[in-house]
Design a protein around this ligand. Structure first.
Ligand code: BG6
Length: 459
C-alpha cells in the first residue's frame, strides 16, 4: 500500500472559462476567447466555442455533490475577471452571488476551494488597449485581485494568481496559437514581464488584505531532457529550463530574477522595460506555495542554425523526437512519469523545499466514447494506470522529503479546452454534449474515491 501524508489533498483542477458557460450572460463581458470565437470560429475544433462549455453555471450545486461523491477534498478552479469586473472597474453583483454560492457549496461538501485569478482569459477591453504588452495591465490586474480578495476572502483562504503564465506568452506571442497570435519575441518578453509584475502586485495586495491566507502561482513545469550530453545540447537544455521553469519560479519563490536568464536576454537585446522599484517589489513578495502542472517532459536539442540575436525560441533550443518515448496513443503526448519525481526533487533542492502541490496532471483521450460499456460508463483503465504511474514517483519523492501537499488531476468533469474544444476528454465524469450536458461518472472517478478514502492505493 502506498500511503500519502495525513491531510493530503486529493483534488481536481478546473477553470472558469472552461466549465462555467454563460460566457456572455449574467453581466459577463467578452474575454479574448469570446471575441476570437466570434471573429474566427473555424479555428476552434468543430466550431465549439466558449459560450456553453460544461454549463457549470446551471449545474454547480449538483456538481459540488459530484465532487464529494468521488472523494475530492479539494478543487482548484478560477474565477473570471470578465465576470467579476465586466468593465474592469464596476463590480457585477451576479458574479459575486454566483461565486459565493459556488464556493459555499464546495465547502458544504467537504471540498476545499483553491481559487486562481487568471487562466488565459484576458478581458477584451484590456486587450484593446494592448493587454499584457502595456504596463497599465499590471494595475488593472492588481485591482481585480484586490476585488476578488475582498469579495471572497472570508470563504477562500488559498489563492493563486496565474495558471501557466508561460502559455499565454508562448501561445499568444511566439507560436501564433492563442489571440493575438503574433510572433514577436521582444513583445513576448515584455508580456511575460508585465505578467510577473501583475503577480507580484497581487501578492503585495494579498499580504495587506489577507494576512492569514496563503497565496501561490501555478506553473507548467515541463522539465527538459537533452538529446545528448554534448555541450551544445546541454546548453539548449539549460536555455529551455531558464525560459520555461526559472523565468517565473525564481522570482516567485526566491524573490529575484535568474541571473543566467537575465544574461541570456541581455546578450540577445531582449531585456524588457522595467520600473526602478520593481526589483524591490519582486524581492518582498514571494509566495507561500507553488502549484505545478505536469503532463509531459520537453525533449530538446541544440538548434541546427540559430539567428543572433534570437528571433524565436528555436534560436535557443529545438524539440527533439526521442525515439524511445512512450506515447499516449489517444492524445499523442509523451508519458514520462519519472519527471514528476525530478520536479519534486528540484523543488526540494533549488527552491528551499517550499510547499507545493501537483495542480494538474492528467490523460487526455480523443473519441473516448469508444471505451463506453453497455451501462454507459467509460471504462478508463488507461487513466487509472496513468495516475498510478505518476503517483508512484510522487510518493517516492515525498518519502525522500519533497514537501508536496496534494495531487490534483486535470480534471473533474470533461471540459472545453480552448482551440481543442471537446476533442480531448480528461474528466472523472463524462459530459454528454448531445444530452443536455449530462454527467456520468467514469471508472477512474470510482477509483479516485477509494484512493482518497484510503489516502493511498494498492500497487
Ligand atoms: C493544461 C491547461 O495545460 O492543459 C488546460 O491548463 C487545458 O487549460 C489542458 O485544458 C489540456 O489541454 P488539451 O489541449 O489536451 O485539451
Amino acid at each position: 500500500m502506498k500511503k500519502f501524508p495525513e491531510g493530503f489533498l486529493w483534488g481536481s483542477a478546473l477553470s472558469g472559462p472552461q466549465t462555467e458557460g454563460y460566457s456572455l450572460k449574467e453581466g459577463k463581458s467578452a474575454s479574448t476567447w469570446d471575441y476570437w470565437f466570434k471573429e474566427n470560429p473555424e479555428r476552434f475544433n468543430e466550431k465549439q466555442g466558449p459560450q456553453i462549455t460544461s454549463n457549470l453555471y446551471e449545474n454547480y450545486v449538483e456538481d459540488c455533490q459530484r465532487m464529494k461523491a468521488i472523494g475530492l477534498n479539494s478543487i482548484r478552479t478560477s474565477i473570471q475577471w470578465t465576470r467579476l469586473l465586466p468593465d474592469g472597474k464596476t463590480l457585477n453583483p451576479q458574479a459575486v452571488a454566483f461565486y459565493r454560492d459556488y464556493f459555499t457549496k464546495m465547502k458544504e461538501n467537504g471540498v476545499k476551494p483553491i481559487i486562481n485569478l487568471f487562466h488565459f482569459d484576458m478581458p477584451m477591453w484590456l486587450m484593446d488597449k494592448g493587454g499584457w504588452e502595456t504596463r497599465e495591465s499590471v494595475e488593472a490586474f492588481r485591482f481585480y485581485a484586490q476585488t476578488a480578495f475582498e469579495c471572497f476572502g472570508d470563504l477562500v483562504q488559498d489563492w493563486t494568481t496565474f495558471n501557466e503564465p508561460m502559455v499565454h506568452v508562448e501561445c499568444g506571442y511566439l507560436q501564433g496559437f492563442h489571440y493575438p497570435a503574433i510572433v514577436d519575441i521582444k513583445k513576448a518578453v515584455q508580456v511575460a514581464y508585465h505578467t510577473l509584475m501583475a503577480h507580484v502586485k497581487a501578492v503585495q495586495t494579498f499580504r495587506k488584505l489577507m494576512p492569514q491566507g496563503s497565496i501561490g502561482i501555478i506553473l507548467n513545469v515541463s522539465p527538459s531532457y537533452a538529446r545528448s550530453q554534448s555541450a551544445a545540447d546541454l546548453k539548449a537544455k539549460k536555455a529551455a529550463d531558464l525560459v520555461n521553469i526559472k523565468s517565473f519560479l525564481d522570482p516567485a519563490v526566491l524573490g529575484k530574477h535568474n541571473s543566467d536568464l537575465v544574461e541570456l536576454l541581455k546578450n540577445n537585446q531582449l531585456l524588457p522595460e522595467t520600473l526602478p522599484e520593481d526589483e524591490k517589489d519582486v524581492a518582498a513578495n514571494t509566495v507561500d506555495f507553488i502549484g505545478l502542472n505536469y503532463y509531459q517532459p520537453s525533449r530538446v536539442q541544440a538548434p541546427e542554425k540559430a539567428s543572433f540575436p534570437a528571433k524565436t525560441l528555436d534560436d535557443f533550443y529545438q524539440p527533439y523526437d526521442w525515439p524511445e518515448k512512450k506515447i499516449n496513443p489517444y492524445r499523442g503526448w509523451e508519458i514520462y512519469p519519472q519527471a514528476i519525481y525530478d520536479v519534486a526533487m528540484m523543488m526540494k533542492k533549488d527552491y528551499h523545499n517550499l510547499p507545493w502541490f501537483v495542480s494538474e496532471n492528467g490523460m487526455g483521450v480523443a473519441d473516448e466514447e469508444r471505451f463506453m460499456d453497455d451501462s454507459g460508463m467509460i471504462q478508463d483503465d488507461y487513466r487509472i494506470e496513468f495516475m498510478k504511474e505518476h503517483l508512484s514517483y510522487l510518493h517516492q519523492a515525498i518519502e525522500e522529503g519533497s514537501n508536496c501537499f496534494g495531487y490534483h488531476t486535470w480534471t473533474f468533469i470533461d471540459c472545453w479546452s480552448w482551440l481543442n474544444g471537446y476533442r480531448n476528454r480528461y474528466g472523472f465524469y463524462r459530459v454528454d454534449l448531445e444530452e443536455d450536458y449530462k454527467r456520468t461518472v467514469k471508472k477512474s472517478g470510482l477509483w479516485y474515491k477509494k484512493l482518497s478514502e484510503r489516502n493511498g492505493y494498492e500497487e
